[in-house]
Design a protein around this ligand. Structure first.
Ligand SMILES: Cc1cc2nc3c(=O)[nH]c(=O)nc-3n(C[C@H](O)[C@H](O)[C@H](O)COP(=O)(O)OP(=O)(O)OC[C@H]3O[C@@H](n4cnc5c(N)ncnc54)[C@H](O)[C@@H]3O)c2cc1C
Length: 441
């Protein structure tokens, strides 16, 4: 007797979200009953950019996926792994848009956080994907068509493929999201494209990795060499932290035009590298900041984009995860963490659902949305709000201009809001969501 046909799952996009789904599937051994193909547009799986920060909530998943030891090898010397049992320094917050660095707070959170180069995270994920998962490079999805029997995928090179379930892990400009919106709301292609188009937050970021030796040479005791720093100011801020075992400093410099929030971006979202001079935005800032910005040579420039909140993360045979579902500003350092959560939950739902006969894709779609949509949308909104606190751009700071001094009392109020904004990253867990998903699947 021949074996029953395997269910075919197509993951479009081999970024952190797509790979995390593939790792979770591999870990759950579902790939023995499900064929998994990853279709990635790029010719090579590489992560542009630099570091990502991971928090207890996301770390718990990576640990459960068996990645903790491998990831630990990339952690900076002296940095502890996230654990809810102890408090750890999250970052040192300073108001620095004048000659002084005004102390706001050294913020330590239960569980702490860990910063790892994104290429290292990606390599660890790749190392844990079952060899049964097929990775196809140079496959840019241009459209998909869903019928009662499955989903037909069409790629830019003219080739096609089919699957029973399509997961769009194809980032903020997701082609899959557009198709999902068209189907869910019966939209024309033009209307779906407009609805799916990313929205600019009004912020651009400059990203660089600077050799620690360069900073050390200029300011031997520069705090960014050892500690995660956030330098705040009116409509601008800088985040820095050491990566690659302290040999490099990951810098992200944010420059915002609040009146542009929610508009469509004109021009490219990423320019890599740009000849823009970052220090020209920070001329009146502290010496510590200027030491950083002066050394950002040919940084990459990223416009921070989001998507309109989706009501559903899956419809019929099509689901989206990660930035394709809920692209968020970087201010809570959680876009990748949330993509990992999506992949983890979806893999568990799929595993459980496929163990009880033919897969009911409608049920999978509905359950995945029920569990993940509220949290993903919450994290995206919370990230947006957090950025306003760093840049004194909430309405109650309208009176504060570039470089103005701010009373200690008001700075402490900002500190409190920022702490509250992070709270869910350590005081909530994916466990409850997973349990709910498994009870119903
Ligand atoms: C400056 C900056 C700092 C950040 N810092 C953090 C942080 O500290 N912590 C954190 O958790 N998150 C952080 N993020 C967010 C995080 O990088 C993203 O949320 C995360 O990478 C999303 O993963 P993803 O897999 O959904 O999408 P992506 O990483 O964008 O991957 C999408 C993949 O799909 C491929 N693709 C796209 N279109 C197609 C197509 N049509 N067909 C086939 N393949 C396609 C792409 O080539 C890519 O490989 C940061 C983001 C930025 C910009």
């Amino acid at each position: 007797m021949s074996a029953p046909p395997k269910l075919c799952l197509a993951i479009v996009g081999g970024g952190i979200g797509g790979l995390a789904l593939a790792v979770a599937i591999s870990r759950l051994k579902i790939e023995e009953t499900v064929c998994v193909d990853i279709y990635e547009a790029a010719a090579k799986l590489t992560q542009v950019g630099a570091g990502i920060t991971l928090w207890p909530r996301g770390w718990e998943i990576l640990k459960d996926l068996g990645l903790e030891d491998d990831l630990a090898a990339y952690v900076n010397p002296g940095q502890e792994l996230p654990s809810r049992k102890k408090r750890g320094l999250a970052f040192c917050l300073r108001k620095s848009d004048s000659a002084d660095n005004v102390m706001i707070s050294d913020m330590s959170f239960p569980g702490g956080s860990v910063a790892i180069h994104r290429a290292d995270v990606q390599q660890v994920l790749l190392n844990h994907i079952s060899p049964r998962v097929c990775i196809h490079l140079n496959k840019r999805l241009v459209s998909h068509f869903e019928s009662a029997n499955g989903v037909q995928l069409t790629f830019k090179d003219g080739t096609t493929a089919s699957c029973d379930l399509l997961v769009g892990a194809d980032g903020v400009n997701s082609v899959v999201r557009k198709g999902l919106l068209a189907k869910a709301y019966n939209l024309s292609e033009a209307k779906a494209a407009e609805e799916a188009r990313p929205l600019w937050t009004g912020t651009i970021v400059y990203r660089s990795l600077i050799s620690s030796d360069v900073i050390k040479h200029q300011i031997p005791e520069h705090p960014c060499l050892k500690k995660p720093m956030v330098y705040c100011g009116k409509n601008k801020h800088i985040v820095s932290y050491p990566v690659s075992q302290g040999k490099l400093i990951n810098i992200v410099a944010f420059v915002s035009w609040p009146e542009k929030e929610g508009t469509f971006l004109e021009g490219p979202a990423v320019i890599n590298p740009t000849s823009d001079v970052v220090s020209s935005f920070f001329t009146n800032w502290s010496a510590e900041v200027k030491c950083i910005t002066d050394n950002m040579v040919q940084p990459s420039r990223w416009a921070i984009e989001t998507v309109k909140p989706l009501d559903k993360y899956a419809v019929g045979r099509v689901a989206v995860l990660g930035d394709a579902a809920h692209a968020m500003p970087t201010h809570l350092g959680n876009g990748a963490g949330q993509a990992i959560e999506d992949g983890y939950i979806l893999a568990h739902i799929l595993t459980k659902a496929s163990q009880s006969g033919p897969l009911n894709t409608e049920k999978v779609a509905s359950l995945y949305t029920t569990i993940r949509q509220p949290f993903g949308n919450f994290a995206a909104k919370a990230s947006m709000i957090q950025g306003h606190h760093y840049e004194f751009s909430t309405p109650d700071f309208n009176d504060v201009g570039d470089g103005d001094s701010v009373s200690r009392e008001r700075l402490l109020a900002v500190e409190k809001r920022i702490t509250d904004g992070w709270e869910w990253t350590w005081n909530s867990s994916i466990r409850g969501d997973l349990q709910r998903a498994l009870e119903v699947a």
